[in-house]
Design a protein around this ligand. Structure first.
Ligand code: SF4
Length: 302
């Protein structure tokens, strides 16, 4: 039989009448003047009743003081069980708590903050730590090492044979000695995120005269992401220093616009068919005009 079926729906009469006892308990727990009208009484079970009082504290609008009273079987004395403040149907409640890991947003991480990465983070997968046995055809496998050493022994005129590096040092050299590396999921989610900010579908790319793949300011990156992304190095571009999709583009594309040539004045025109006469020194002031300065009509020329 379930607990619900054992409960009496009709409140115990003596317990229901103990309103003053319940109010005194509520006022003892609350601040003075905070307990309001008696709102309701609810049966919690056999001889167990809860009295609800209005809460007049403005900080707890809609909340109610709940005082539970009870009595023993065949006893007439009603005693206090517990006093608690509970939210009513229209109570003002704080928003549901959300774990910090779900609340975190890009840009929240500040200087000195530490952001732990969970062990089962889907964006990461185990890297090569040096404890794994490489496959036989790997360049760092034991089989390949013996093969290389055998070949080196055959080289008679070689005086100094380079020492073969250990697996760990080779892995370190190649940047492979990390506990975890980006998983396929992590790689795709990063690519999607970058493509959203600096991809072909952005308004800037749609209005660009050409895409980054043909731009001289694009710095290529290695790895599989290098097939789709590069780094913009144009200080006037909105994507300067950012990873851009090869299909992104902006008006700063190196080949998009050609600078207009500076205006050049027309070359001087040389008339070599006629000569002009110039006096070597000023003419003496005789009051007469030099013949050479007279117009042709004064010389009798028509
Ligand atoms: S300048 Fe513009 S087109 Fe060139 S790489 Fe940067 S974003 Fe791409």
């Amino acid at each position: 039989m379930s607990a619900a079926t054992t409960r009496s729906r009709t409140p115990d009469r003596l317990c229901a009448e103990a309103v003053d006892l319940a109010r005194a308990a509520a006022e003892e727990a609350a601040a003075p003047g905070v307990v309001g009208e008696h709102v309701s009484v609810v049966s919690e079970g056999d001889r167990v009743v809860t009295h609800f009082f209005e809460c007049k504290d403005p900080a707890y609008r809609g909340w109610r003081w709940a005082v539970t009273v009870t009595r023993a079987s065949r006893a007439k004395l009603v005693t206090l069980d517990e006093t608690v403040l509970l939210p009513g149907d229209d109570a003002l409640l704080a928003p549901e708590w959300v774990p910090w890991s779900e609340r975190l947003r890009p840009g929240d991480l500040g200087p000195g903050d530490l952001l732990p990465t969970e062990a089962d983070d889907l964006r990461l997968e185990p890297g090569w730590t040096g404890e794994d046995a490489p496959p036989p055809n790997s360049v760092v496998s034991e089989e390949m090492a013996e093969l290389v050493e055998a070949e080196d022994a055959d080289v008679a005129d070689r005086t100094v044979v380079p020492v073969r590096g250990s697996i760990t040092s080779v892995a370190e050299e190649l940047g492979m000695r990390r506990a975890r590396v980006l998983s396929r999921y992590g790689l795709h989610s990063a690519a999607d995120r970058w493509d959203e900010g600096f991809g072909a579908k952005t308004p800037m790319a749609q209005a660009a005269p050409a895409s980054c793949v043909s731009c001289g300011f694009l710095v290529a990156i290695g790895g599989s992401l290098g097939q789709a992304f590069g780094v913009c190095a144009n200080e006037f571009s909105p994507a300067d220093g950012r990873l851009v999709s090869l299909s992104y583009g902006c008006g700063g594309h190196s080949e998009a616009a050609v600078m207009p040539k500076p205006p050049r004045p027309a070359p001087p025109v040389l008339d070599s068919m006629a000569s002009d006469e110039f006096l070597l020194r000023p003419a003496p002031d005789t009051g007469s005009v030099p013949v050479s300065d007279l117009p042709p009509s004064d010389l009798g020329h028509s």
